[in-house]
Design a protein around this ligand. Structure first.
Ligand code: P53
Length: 462
C-alpha cells in the first residue's frame, strides 16, 4: 500500500513573536535586537538605533498588536480548522536582559494565556525558542553568540520554558533557520560579520546550546520532541557542466553542515575539510563533542520558499538573492517560485538525514488589495496549491516522512528582511500599512476559505 497523508498530519500556520506581538515594552519585556530596526525602503540598508529615537517608526514596537488581539486572532484561525500553530516565545519577555537571575513572571503568564487559547480550540502549539529574538543586552554586553557564555543563558531560558510548559508543548524548535547565520549573521545573532570563521563559531555555540537543550528536554519530559530548523531550498547547477554540478554540491553543503551536526551529533570529514581550507580554528572542546552526540534532534524543520542556481547572475531578492533560473518565475521580491523544488528538498533531506521533516514555513509574500472587505488572493492560492501538490507527491510517491505543513504568516505580519507590512503572507488580512496606519482590523482572504477546505479534506481537495 502506498503511504498516504496520515490523519494526524499537522496542517497549520506559523508566526513569530517579534513580527506580530508588538507591545515591545509591556509587562516588563526587555529590548531585543529587532526592536532597534527602522523600516527600510527597498533602496536603503536598514537603520539600527540605540537608544531608540522617538521620532522614528520601528515596526516591531506595535507590529500587528497580537499581544492584545491573540484571542480573536486564534478564534479566527481556528475557523480554518488548523491543527497546529507555530509561534515563538520572545526571549526578552522571559529574561528581559538575558542574564537576569529570575524570569519575568508576567512574560510567562502571557504565554500561559496564549496556550490556554490554543487548547480551547485543540490547536497544538509548536514553539520556536528563538526566532531571531535575542535580548539586546546580551548583544551589547557579551557580543551575542560570538561568546560561549550564551550557551548558559540560553539553557537557563530553556529550562524555564520546559519546566513551565512541558505538559502543554510537546514540539519545540531550538533556533529559527539556524543556517541563515552564514547568509545574514545580523538577522539571527545581532552581530554583523562577513567573516566565515566568526559565523561558524557562532553557529557552533548555537548547535551546542541546541544539543544541551535536547538533553535537558528529554530529562524533564521524554515526550517532548525537539527539532532543528533550516532555511532550505536547493541550489541547482546552471547546466550539466561538471564544474557547475560540483559548485552546486558545495552550495548545498552549507545547509547540510548544520543538519548533519544536529542530527548525527558530530562534524563530518567534509565539515572539517571546510575549516581547513579556510584556515579556520573553531573553539570546539571535547565536552562540546559529548554534548553534540547526546543532543541529537528528533526532526528537521524547514522553511521553503524558493530555489537558486549556480548562475552568477542574481535575482537580487534581498538576502535571498541567488543565481537566476530561466525556467522559473519570481515573486515581486525576486524570490524564484519553484514548487517541484519543494519535492526535491524533501527528498534530499530525507535521503541524507532519515529524520521526519516538518515544513514549518511556506508561502507567498505579495501585496494584497482590500476591496469592500474582500481580498481575492488567487495568486497565493495558486502558489500553495502547487507546493502542496508536490509535497503530497513526496509523501505518497516518494515515501518521505512529512510531519506537517505550516503556512508562513497565517495572519499578515511584518516581514523579516525589510520590516515591511506590504509584503503580506497571511490568509487573514490585517488592515495596517508599513508605518502602522490603519484600523488593525482583520479580514478573511479568499485563501482562508481555500485552506479550510484543504484541511477538511486532509489535502484531497486542493
Ligand atoms: P520575509 C529569507 C529567506 C528565506 C526565509 O521572509 C527567510 C528569510 C528572512 O527574510 O526567513 C523566514 O518576511 C523567516 C520568517 C520570515 C519569512 O521567512 O523576509 O523565518 O521570519 O518572515 C519570510 O519575506
Amino acid at each position: 500500500m502506498q503511504p498516504q497523508i496520515r490523519n494526524s498530519f499537522l496542517w497549520g500556520g506559523a508566526i513569530s513573536a517579534h513580527q506580530c506581538e508588538g507591545a515591545y515594552q509591556e509587562d516588563g519585556k526587555g529590548l531585543i535586537t529587532n526592536d532597534l530596526y527602522c523600516l527600510n525602503s527597498e533602496t536603503k540598508e536598514r537603520e539600527v538605533h540605540f537608544p531608540i529615537n522617538s521620532a522614528q517608526y520601528y515596526p516591531t514596537h506595535h507590529a500587528i498588536d497580537f499581544y492584545h488581539t491573540y484571542k480573536e486572532d486564534i478564534a479566527m484561525m481556528s475557523e480554518m480548522g488548523i491543527k497546529c500553530l507555530r509561534f515563538s516565545i520572545n526571549w526578552a519577555r522571559i529574561f528581559p536582559n538575558g542574564d537576569d537571575d529570575q524570569p519575568n513572571e508576567k512574560g510567562l503568564t502571557f504565554y500561559d494565556s496564549l496556550l490556554d487559547e490554543l487548547e480551547k480550540y485543540h490547536i497544538e502549539p509548536i514553539v520556536t525558542i528563538s526566532h531571531f529574538e535575542i535580548p539586546y543586552h546580551l548583544v551589547e554586553k557579551y557580543g551575542s553568540w560570538s561568546s560561549r557564555d550564551m550557551i548558559d543563558f540560553y539553557i537557563t531560558y530553556c529550562e524555564v520554558l520546559f519546566n513551565r510548559y512541558h505538559q502543554r508543548v510537546k514540539k519545540w524548535i531550538t533556533f529559527n533557520e539556524i543556517n541563515v547565520v552564514t547568509y545574514k549573521s545580523e538577522m539571527t545573532t545581532g552581530i554583523h560579520t562577513d567573516d566565515m570563521q566568526v559565523m561558524l563559531q557562532m553557529a557552533h555555540y548555537q548547535m551546542v546550546a541546541s544539543a544541551k537543550a535536547v538533553r535537558l528536554a528529554k530529562k524533564i519530559d521524554p515526550e517532548m520532541q525537539i527539532g532543528m530548523m533550516l532555511m532550505y531550498g536547493p541550489t541547482y547547477p546552471e547546466n550539466c557542466h561538471p564544474e557547475n554540478v560540483l559548485k552546486a554540491i558545495h552550495y548545498n553543503d552549507e545547509s547540510y553542515y548544520f543538519a548533519e551536526v544536529m542530527t548525527q551529533g558530530y562534524y563530518s570529514n567534509k565539515a572539517k575539510a571546510l575549516w581547513r581550507s579556510h584556515q579556520m580554528q573553531i573553539d570546539l572542546t571535547s565536552e562540546d563533542e559529548v554534548d553534540l552526540i547526546n543532543g541529537r534532534v528528533d526532526f528537521i524543520a524547514i522553511s521553503y520558499y524558493m530555489s537558486w542556481t549556480t548562475n552568477d547572475e542574481s535575482t537580487d531578492g534581498n538576502m535571498s538573492s541567488g543565481g537566476i533560473n530561466p525556467y522559473l518565475e519570481q515573486s515581486k521580491w525576486g524570490w524564484q517560485i519553484d514548487p517541484v523544488g519543494l519535492r526535491i528538498s524533501l527528498n534530499e533531506l530525507y535521503d541524507r538525514f532519515k529524520k521526519p521533516i516538518f515544513i514549518v514555513e511556506n508561502g507567498l509574500g505579495h501585496e494584497d488589495k482590500l476591496i469592500q472587505g474582500k481580498i481575492h488572493d488567487d495568486y497565493r492560492i495558486d502558489y500553495m496549491r502547487q507546493h502542496l501538490n508536490q509535497m503530497i507527491k513526496a509523501i505518497e510517491e516518494d515515501g518521505v516522512d512529512v510531519m506537517g505543513y505550516c503556512v508562513w504568516g497565517i495572519i499578515d505580519l511584518i516581514s523579516a528582511s525589510k520590516f515591511e507590512m506590504k509584503k503580506r503572507y497571511g490568509m487573514i488580512y490585517v488592515d495596517r500599512d508599513d508605518f502602522g496606519n490603519g484600523t488593525n482590523k482583520r479580514y478573511r482572504k479568499d485563501s482562508f476559505y481555500w485552506y479550510k477546505k484543504v484541511i477538511e479534506t486532509n489535502g484531497k481537495e486542493l
